[in-house]
Design a protein around this ligand. Structure first.
Ligand code: AMP
Length: 495
C-alpha cells in the first residue's frame, strides 16, 4: 500500500532509488489470523530421537514440557493457541539455557522450532521484570533486538513474536529495507520493547538516534552464520560497536542456525561471553531428514524440460524453484507462465511490494510455483510447501541445506529434487554426498564417481566436544557436515 511519497536518504545497501514509499500492509488483528498455524507432521515425535549435545560448562537441565518452562499464564495460553503441545528438542534445551541467562550458539535442523526457542524465554523475562520501553517516546530503548538476513524472514519472526506477546504489554516492532523510512520511524516511536530488523535498516534507525541501546538485554542473531559471514559481518560489528550497546558481558547474545561453517563458529565466539553454551541438535549443518532428496543429472540445456516434467506431477502443491541469478529467476518465471503454470518470483531486484505480493500469492496458492534466488533460501516457513527444486544448485552446501529446508518442516514430509550439471556443479559433489548420506538418502553412483577426486571439509566445534554421544561414527559423520561459508559475492542481495 502506498500512502505518500517520502523523499529520504536510504541507508540500505540494496536500495538504489532514493524514494521509498512502500508501507507494508498492517499485520493481522483478529486472533484467528494471528494464531493460525499448520499442523505438525507425522514425524514430529521423531524429533525426540535426534541426538542432542550441549557443550560448555554447567548447562542447565533440559525441560520436557512447556509447563516446566515456567511461562506466565498469558504466554502459556499463547503457546497453546499456537498449537504447540510439546517442545521440540531445540526448545527443550534452548529455553532453559536462555532462561538461565547464558549466551548460546544453537544449531538445529531447518523447521524444528528455533524461533520459539529464543522468543519464549525472552518474552517471559521481559514479562517477569516488567517491560520498560513500550510507551511513545522520541527515543525508544528496546530490551531485545533480533536480527535476520532477509526482509521476509524478519517479518515472519516479528509476526511470531507478536503472536506470542499477544495480550501482554510487550510491543514488538519490525524494521526492514524497501519500506518507507518515515513509516518505520513512526512505528518504532509508538513504543518498542522487542525490535526485529534487517541489519541495514536497523543501523539506519540507530544512527538517526531513534533507537537507544542502553537498555538492551538480548541480542539475537537468527541465521547467525549468514549474519556473520563476509556479507554481513561488518554490519554486525558495527551494531555491537554502536554507542550505548552493552558489552557482550552485559548483554545476552543468542545465535541460531541450521548450519555453522567452522570459521564462522570461531568468529561467533567474539560476540559471545566466554562461558557460552553450544547446543547441537543432530548433525551440525545436516539436512532435515524429513525431506526426501533426489539428485538428477541434467545438463544446462535440458533443465527447463526436466522442470516441466516435475511440475506436471506436482499439480497445485506448492513448489519452490531455486535459481542462481535474479535474471534467471525472471526468465524461468516468465517461461513457466508462458507454459500456463501459475508462477510468481522473488529476488533482490523486485520491489518490496512485489516481493511481499509474490509470497502472498504463493502462500494462498494463487501461484503454487515460486521461482526464487537465495533471498528465499533461509528461514521462511510456508505451509504446504511440498517440493523444492534446485533448478541451479548453489555453490555452497549450507545454502543447499537451507533451500531444501523450505519443505519438510515441523515433522511434515517434503521432497527436494536437484538438477546436477556436471559442467558446473562438480565442486559440490562431495559435500552433497555427505549431506545425502547424513540424512539417510540414496546417493547416485554417478555422483560418487564425479566426487572421486574432490576434497572434503572438516567440522569444528569451539568447545571441542561436538555431539557427546557414544556413537563415534555418527559424530564423525556429523563433523563432516560443516562446510565453507557462502560467499559475500552472492549474486543476489540478501537484505
Ligand atoms: P521454526 O523452525 O521456528 O521456523 O518453526 C517451524 C514451524 O514449526 C513453525 O510453523 C512453528 O510455528 C512450528 N513449531 C515450532 N515449535 C513447535 C512446537 N513445539 N509444536 C508445534 N509446532 C511448532
Amino acid at each position: 500500500m502506498i500512502v505518500k511519497k517520502v523523499r529520504e536518504e536510504v541507508a540500505e545497501e540494496d536500495m538504489e532509488e532514493l524514494e521509498v514509499v512502500y508501507v507494508p500492509p498492517p499485520p493481522p488483528e483478529e486472533e484467528d489470523s494471528i494464531f493460525s498455524h499448520y499442523a505438525t507432521g507425522i514425524n514430529f515425535d521423531k524429533y525426540d530421537n535426534i541426538l542432542v549435545d550441549v557443550s560448555g560448562d554447567n548447562p542447565p537441565q533440559a525441560i520436557m514440557t512447556f509447563e516446566e518452562a515456567g511461562l506466565c499464564e498469558t504466554l502459556s495460553r499463547n503457546v497453546s493457541k499456537s498449537g504447540y503441545v510439546k517442545p521440540t528438542p531445540v526448545q527443550k534445551h534452548g529455553i532453559p539455557i536462555i532462561a538461565a541467562g547464558r549466551d548460546l550458539m544453537a544449531c538445529a535442523q531447518t523447521g524444528s522450532g528455533k524461533t520459539a526457542a529464543f522468543l519464549l524465554p525472552i518474552l517471559q523475562r521481559l514479562m517477569e521484570d516488567g517491560v520498560a520501553a513500550s510507551r511513545f517516546s522520541e527515543v525508544q530503548e528496546p530490551e531485545a533486538i533480533i536480527v535476520a538476513p532477509t526482509r521476509e524472514l524478519i517479518n515472519q519472526i516479528y509476526l511470531e513474536a507478536r503472536k506470542f506477546a499477544f495480550g501482554t504489554c510487550v510491543r514488538t516492532v519490525v524494521v526492514y529495507g524497501g519500506t518507507s523510512t518515515g513509516y518505520t520511524i513512526r512505528e518504532v516511536l509508538k513504543g518498542c520493547s522487542v525490535l526485529c530488523g534487517t541489519p541495514g535498516r536497523l543501523l539506519d534507525i540507530i544512527g538517526r538516534g531513534k533507537v537507544g541501546l542502553s537498555k538492551l538485554r538480548y541480542l539475537v542473531l537468527d541465521e547467525a552464520d549468514r549474519m556473520l559471514d563476509m556479507g554481513f559481518e561488518p554490519d554486525m560489528r558495527k551494531l555491537v560497536g554502536s554507542p550505548g550497546m552493552p558489552s557482550k558481558e552485559e548483554r545476552q547474545t543468542l545465535m541460531f542456525s541450521a548450519t555453522y561453517p567452522e570459521d564462522i563458529q570461531r568468529m561467533a565466539a567474539d560476540f559471545l561471553k566466554i562461558d557460552y553454551l553450544f547446543l547441537a541438535v543432530g548433525q551440525v549443518g545436516g539436512a532435515c531428514s524429513d525431506v526426501e532428496q533426489q539428485v538428477l543429472q541434467v545438463t544446462q540445456y535440458s533443465k527447463r524440460e526436466a522442470l516441466m516434467d516435475i511440475l506436471k506431477t506436482t499439480g497445485t502443491e506448492r513448489t519452490m524453484v531455486f535459481v542462481e541469478t535474479k535474471r534467471k529467476a525472471d526468465f524461468i518465471a516468465t517461461f513457466l507462465c508462458q507454459e500456463n503454470v501459475p508462477t510468481t518470483s522473488i529476488h533482490g531486484d523486485r520491489e518490496q511490494r512485489e516481493r511481499e505480493q509474490a509470497l502472498t500469492d504463493f502462500r494462498t496458492g494463487k501461484c503454487p510455483v515460486l521461482v526464487a534466488t537465495s533471498v528465499a533460501a533461509r528461514g521462511l516457513d510456508i505451509e504446504h510447501v511440498q517440493h523444492v527444486v534446485n533448478f541451479d544448485l548453489p555453490s555452497g552446501i549450507d545454502e543447499y541445506v537451507h533451500r531444501i529446508g523450505r519443505t519438510g518442516r515441523c515433522g511434515n514430509t517434503g521432497r527436494a529434487v536437484s538438477f546436477f550439471d556436471p559442467e558446473a556443479d562438480s565442486p559440490l559433489a562431495r559435500s552433497l554426498i555427505k549431506v545425502l548420506s547424513g540424512a539417510q538418502q540414496e546417493v547416485p553412483s554417478w555422483l560418487e564417481e564425479i566426487a572421486g577426486g574432490a576434497h572434503g571439509t572438516t567440522g569444528f566445534n569451539p568447545r571441542g566436544r561436538v555431539f557427546a554421544s557414544t556413537d563415534t561414527r555418527r559424530r564423525e559423520e556429523a563433523r563432516h557436515q560443516v562446510s565453507v561459508p557462502s560467499s559475500a559475492a552472492d549474486e543476489d542481495v540478501w537484505e
